[in-house]
Ligand binder design. Structure first.
Ligand SMILES: Nc1ncnc2c1ncn2[C@@H]1O[C@H](COP(=O)(O)OP(=O)(O)OP(=O)(O)O)[C@@H](O)[C@H]1O
Ligand SMILES: [Mg+2]
Length: 360
């Protein structure tokens, strides 16, 4: 599935239209709600103008710290939340002009896998009932048909037919996540949004479930939006990676390029926090420590969103919000100091403050 960056760039001209197109998607939440005095609370810009596309059969990974807007983005795509504004096109169709009831049928094509299968599986229902529930609702399948389809779905995700009669509490965490995947696949969707789908699992179970997802993608021709705070996991799964910070994409491009040659200081900091298996490299590798917390999304800083934590910030970063500038080869970075950015007052990187590094 993953292809070299050069191949992606050269094949771009011949590519078919993307399966999913997301344009300038926005969603704010009211914090504090209304008050007796009539105040309406503060707007938290959870998703603040997000645009991307996903081609059929591709995996786009979304990575970013807690609160960066990853889950909200995923939920908006499935209209589990209604966007404030923006455009969503799936297979050429505008998803947002459909009424919610019409969209319910569209939802067959778009399904979600959550972090905690306990939350998505009813503990009082057997695995068989949970896996086949969407079939019974959407396709009105008979009991016998449901049982057959349930067995097929379980074997697809590496479980046995005798698991159908069990309850979620009688399954391991990895098995429960397989059940959640089987349920999500029951209506033969085309796009799966996986939100921290393996984050609650131990490392070896994580890799089993990730390998399962990759196999299913090949066999069923699935398209994935793969959300995780773990950049290594995202790299393993994704063709392209989008990095989110405070409700926006700050860098997006082919997975290997983002992982091996990140251009945004935020991505570089995220990467430097990942331990390298070789202790020698790990000891000598510079570690970029971000100072300060993620700003409150209700009060983002002026200028660049990342300016309060950026070790390279120059005056323009405090004043001008950088644009996510595509370079023509499918790569885009929102940073004044990235090559190719046109800024009104560009100061050379060498004169910028040195990053905070902790060495060996
Ligand atoms: N229903 C809600 N009401 C109010 N604020 C919300 C709501 N859902 C999300 N937020 C806020 O929106 C921002 C983005 O949240 P979101 O859950 O999308 O982040 P995330 O990147 O998925 O984080 P995590 O890695 O912790 O899952 C956060 O500031 C969060 O507090
Ligand atoms: Mg989340």
């Amino acid at each position: 599935m993953r292809q070299p960056a050069a191949a992606q760039a050269t094949s771009a001209a011949a590519e078919p239209a993307p399966l999913l197109e997301v344009e300038d998607l926005r969603k704010s939440f009211r914090r504090g709600g209304g008050s007796l005095l009539g105040r309406r609370g503060t707007a938290v810009r959870a998703v603040d103008g997000v645009s991307f596309t996903i081609r059929a059969g591709e995996t786009l990974g979304i990575v970013g710290e807690s609160g960066s807007g990853k889950s909200t983005t995923g939920r908006l795509l499935l209209r589990l939340l209604e966007p404030d504004s923006g455009r969503l096109r799936f297979d050429g169709q505008d998803l947002l002009i459909e009424s919610r009831s019409a969209f319910r049928h569209r939802r067959r094509d778009l399904q979600m896998i959550f972090q905690d299968p306990y939350a998505s599986l009813d503990p009082t229902k057997t695995i068989g009932a949970s896996v086949t529930e969407p079939l019974r609702i959407f396709e009105k399948t008979t009991r016998r048909e449901s049982e057959n389809r349930g067995s097929e779905l379980l074997s697809l995700v590496g479980l046995r037919p005798d698991h159908l009669g069990r309850y979620p509490s009688e399954m391991s965490g990895g098995q429960r996540q397989r059940v959640a995947i089987a349920r999500a696949l029951s209506l033969a969707p085309r796009l799966l949004v996986a939100d921290e789908a393996v984050s609650a699992l131990d490392v070896s179970t994580q890799s089993d479930v990730l390998n399962l997802m990759r196999r299913l993608q090949r066999e069923l021709d699935l398209t994935y939006l793969f959300i995780s705070h773990n950049l290594s996991v995202v790299r393993h799964m994704s063709d392209r990676i989008a990095v989110m910070y405070l409700g926006r994409i700050v860098e997006i491009g082919p997975a290997d390029q983002v992982y091996l040659q990140p251009r945004h200081p935020y991505t570089r900091a995220l990467l430097s926090a990942i331990p390298v298996p070789d202790p020698l490299i790990q000891r000598t590798r510079p570690r970029i420590v971000l100072t300060g917390d993620v700003p409150d999304p209700a009060h983002p800083p002026q200028g660049c969103n990342f300016v309060t934590r950026c070790p390279h910030a120059v005056p323009v970063c405090h004043e001008v919000d950088p644009v996510l500038e595509p370079d023509g080869g499918g790569y885009a970075v929102a940073c004044h100091l990235s090559e190719g950015q046109e800024t009104p007052d560009r100061t050379p990187r060498s004169s910028a403050a040195a990053p905070t590094q902790t060495g060996p």
